[in-house]
Design a binder for this molecule. Structure first.
Ligand code: SF4
Length: 327
């Protein structure tokens, strides 16, 4: 496999207040020094609690949100240096699937209109070939052809997400950014959509950045995983290895608190304590220390680097868990 995407030291801070009316200026460090790579055909999970910055990362990859610093290199092209014209062409190769298909689909457009539009915008054929492409894509996501002339409100949540996936696929992208694509769906429908994404990935050689708060979903779908906490990646590595023997206490607690088929798989670390700190006032040292059952002196003073802890694994922790502690 070759590298498709390289993200290096990506940062995005949001500033509020500080205006004429005296509200204090506050900086939210939503994404802080985030780095990762994705192999062609691979699927990387980005996990963490709500507000950890994972969806902001997803949006910066498409420059739907402009990052403040860092680089995003897709197939050798630095997206942050790309012109508007280049970006327009690149967006055909990188598509996004949103969490809530109902909010992301235009309620006044039929499925046919929704799927045809990007093909016309990017001049991808004539009326006949575009109609054929739309019909084939709809069948590929498991919807019947009579869905073409229906509106979003006429579908169930799972069917709407299939339309959202079809819209992402119709331009034949190489990379899909999937931002919590199944979290708004019932568990049984989640399984069907994950199965669909897995078979599309195999058939089309697609690569995925898969954003989720659900470790069970990530375990099923992703080859590698990066765990985020308050804007930073705190652990990354191959999915199975990281979830079986997490090195960072936060990954361990996150895993322990997510539903698993076999309760014996739980780590039995202390339950996650306390509130997530405000992203405008990050604690000194390791940002996880106010909630960490292993915190001690150095944790409050020095921010840990994301260092290698095992082959292909890295964690940002002064006192990483050992495999024996996870057994
Ligand atoms: Fe816990 Fe310290 Fe590791 Fe942070 S550096 S996760 S506080 S043990």
């Amino acid at each position: 496999m070759s590298e498709l995407l390289r993200v290096d030291r990506l940062a995005k801070h949001f500033v509020s207040g500080g205006g004429r009316f005296g509200a204090p200026r506050q900086v939210v460090r939503a994404v802080n020094e985030v780095s990762f790579t994705l192999e062609r055909g691979g699927s990387m999970g980005l996990v963490g609690e709500s507000g950890c910055g994972k969806s902001t990362v997803a949006r910066t990859l498409l420059r739907l949100i402009e990052p403040d610093s860092g680089s995003i290199v897709f197939d050798g092209i630095d997206l942050r240096q790309a012109s508007a014209v280049q970006m327009r062409a690149l967006r055909q190769r990188i598509q996004i699937v949103f969490q809530d298909p109902y909010a992301s689909l235009n309620p006044r457009r039929t499925v046919r209109q929704t799927l045809e539009e990007p093909l016309y915008v990017h001049r991808r054929g004539n009326a006949r070939t575009i109609a054929e492409k739309v019909a084939k894509t709809l069948l590929d996501v498991g919807l019947p052809l009579d869905a073409l002339d229906r509106y979003p409100h006429e579908f169930s949540g799972g069917q709407r997400q299939r339309v959202g996936i079809a819209r992402a696929l119709v331009l034949d992208p190489e990379l899909i950014i999937a931002d919590e694509p199944v979290s708004a769906l019932d568990v049984s429908v989640q399984a069907q959509i994950l199965q669909l994404l897995a078979s599309l990935r195999k058939e089309r050689g697609l690569s995925f950045v898969f954003v989720s708060h659900d470790l069970g979903v990530v375990r099923q779908f992703c080859d590698t995983v990066s765990v985020m906490y308050l804007g930073r990646i705190v652990e990354s590595g191959p999915t199975r290895s990281l979830l079986d023997t997490p090195a960072h206490p936060y990954s361990g607690v996150l895993r322990d608190s997510s539903p698993v088929p076999d309760p014996r798989e739980r780590l039995h670390l202390a339950k996650i304590e306390g509130e997530i700190p405000s992203p405008t006032r990050l604690p000194a040292g390791c940002a996880f220390h106010p909630r960490c059952p292993r915190a001690s002196g150095p944790c409050m003073e020095k921010t840990p680097n994301l260092d290698a802890v095992a082959a292909g694994r890295s964690a940002a922790c002064h006192f990483p868990l050992t495999a024996r502690e996870c057994a």
